[in-house]
Design a protein around this ligand. Structure first.
Ligand code: ATP
Length: 303
């Protein structure tokens, strides 16, 4: 058997997403709380005659297999940093929904950084991996670390957030994704040119996470992009409402959507909510996941 390295990486939900005004650079200042959840992509890297990507698993449609794939870009970065040629096969086994606001592409990029570092025995220091992750995209640094973190700047300047216990989530996904760029453009339009509030995470929300207080966290879930996502897809508003009526402690759009995230009181409430949400017919797929969990980790190596 030839050498290969497999890395597992979780998806994320933004428990809070505050978005500032559009800056001259086109970016927005963010204040966000990320939480990684146990829905995983797996990336396996092995030797090949040229750099290539294949995608399998629950979600494959719309994932590029060329240099547009963030995993490809991650492999090239590591190859350059450690003087290797990038002739590897990157196999992506996808369970994180695509274009869903759960940062699947960023997760694959983070996993590829870790996999290539291990594959080439590069020993890249953590700070350098963080910097490479930041170069690949704003969500990539968090996907390396996982857990629960405050992200400011473009979401890439991270500080760990203390949490107690396990939070149980239900995610409702839709077959048609939403474009992150279009959702940001829409929120700018809706706010107008004179919007200038700086984003900040409420201290009560940090307290709810530290205490493991799901009911308090449920009341404080917030996403500044939610109005834009609902304006783009009105059924998201109906789904968020339905989840609350069916007993969720809180609901919000994850990231730029369209995934709807519902916080449940405990595991059995989450399982009940999955069944009840499916029965409404308002959403395409529903699953239960919990967080926080570790970020990108090597799970197997063969030589
Ligand atoms: P975010 O929450 O970071 O905005 P997202 O979860 O909404 O991201 P992704 O699943 O990362 O969205 O996919 C967004 C787009 O990125 C896809 O439509 C696809 O064209 C592109 N893409 C690049 N690399 C990948 C990858 N490895 N997996 C999925 N999509 C990728």
């Amino acid at each position: 058997m030839s050498k290969s390295v497999t890395v597992r990486v979780p998806g994320k939900v933004n428990v809070y997403l505050g978005v500032g005004p559009r800056e001259f650079s086109g970016y927005h200042e963010l204040a966000t709380i990320f939480q990684s959840v146990n829905v995983y992509d797996e990336i396996t890297v092995s030797q090949a005659s040229e750099l290539k990507i294949s995608v399998s698993g629950r979600y494959t449609e719309g994932v590029p297999t060329d240099s547009r794939n963030l995993a490809w870009q991650a492999a090239e970065l590591v190859a350059r940093a450690c003087g290797e040629d990038s002739n590897i096969h990157i196999e992506i086994d996808k369970s994180i929904p695509i274009a869903a606001g759960m940062a699947g592409g960023s997760a694959d990029a983070a996993a590829t950084l870790v996999a290539c570092d291990a594959f080439w025995n590069a020993g890249i220091p953590r700070e350098q991996l963080d910097a490479m992750a930041g170069q690949l995209g704003s969500d990539v640094p968090f996907m390396l670390h996982g857990g629960c973190a405050l992200g400011v700047g473009r979401g890439d300047v991270l500080s760990p957030v203390m949490t107690r216990g396990v939070f149980h989530w239900v995610f409702a996904t839709f077959d048609d994704g939403l474009s992150t760029a279009q959702i940001y453009a829409k929120i700018d339009d809706m706010r107008g040119l004179d919007f200038e509030l700086d984003p900040a995470v409420p201290t009560e929300l940090l307290g709810a996470l530290t205490r493991g207080d799901a009911p308090a966290l449920g009341r404080l879930l917030h996403n500044d992009l939610q109005a834009a996502a609902i304006a783009a897809k009105s059924k998201l508003g109906d789904a968020l409402e339905a989840g609350l009526e069916l007993g969720a402690l809180g609901s919000l759009i994850s990231g730029s959507g369209p995934t709807c995230a519902f916080l449940a009181r405990d595991e059995s409430s989450a399982i009940d909510l999955v069944v009840a949400l499916k029965a409404t017919g308002l959403v395409d797929h529903v699953f239960h996941a919990h967080g926080p969990v570790h970020g990108a980790r090597v799970i197997s190596t063969s030589r």
